[in-house]
Design a protein around this ligand. Sequence first.
Ligand SMILES: Nc1ncnc2c1ncn2[C@@H]1O[C@H](COP(=O)(O)OP(=O)(O)OP(=O)(O)O)[C@@H](O)[C@H]1O
Length: 272
Amino acid sequence: MNAPVTPESRALLEGKDLTMRFGGLVAMAEVDFSLRKGEVLGIIGPNGAGKSTLLNIITGLYVPSSGEVRLEGELLNGQPAHRIVAKGIARTFQSSRLFADLSVLDNVIIGRHTHMKTGIFEAIFNRRKAEAELDAAAELAEGLLKAVSRELHAQRHRPAGELPQADRRRLEIARALASEPKVLLLDEPSSGMDDSDTDALMDDIRSVCAERPELALMIIEHDMRLIASLPQRVLVLDYGQKLAEGTYEEVRLIPRVQEAYLGRKGAQHAQA
Ligand SMILES: Nc1ncnc2c1ncn2[C@@H]1O[C@H](COP(=O)(O)OP(=O)(O)OP(=O)(O)O)[C@@H](O)[C@H]1O
């Protein structure tokens, strides 16, 4: 007998039959996925497999040629990116999108903008209200920085552009969390990091998950150490199609996955 469908086991975020064509190129073909509250899903696949395309579809940067994405049952296709953020989906990018000249703290405050209600007229004519809202955002940003990384919090008044690569990644995560998302999408969070930075990043992600048990995460990664230890489930993409899905232990045993998707280094790790 199937387990009963409870609100907890129902998908929080769901994609069905997602297809994305760019002219004659099919970047994604009929891909399904689902993500439950509190779950961490890893997305792997070689360069050009369609991983970023999937994130771009979910976040409204791309409108799929066909198929649908739903958050808590609500259709997201065609909604603008800022509305999708307001509904509870935040992301980080492969290449940094921080405001380099602004302080670390200000970058996190900006991540809060979807929750800020003060418009330009109120900012001019009702300064007290605008200031109170900004103070509240600054307090929340301080708390987030502390929760993500105490070292980052200690650097909160530095311009973001002066941070080392690993701290920039942490800051992007803190900024994404400022919108209080239900789903957080991380696009290659460990890219450009050495093993010790990646270990520290994994600890940060674990503590974010421990503090927010309902938060669902989707992580695109090439680093198999991270994929082996964080996600409960892994989805493997290949030329825009779903090649496999399961626990890391299950997908790593598929020979094609080992050769083509984990690469030689990954395959050695998988067999260890
Ligand atoms: N805006 C676009 N216009 C045209 N082609 C695109 C566009 N975005 C992605 N593609 C193509 O779609 C395919 C999938 O690209 P995508 O960036 O999703 O792959 P990926 O798995 O994220 O790769 P990587 O690991 O290198 O980031 C590639 O062939 C890519 O060139």
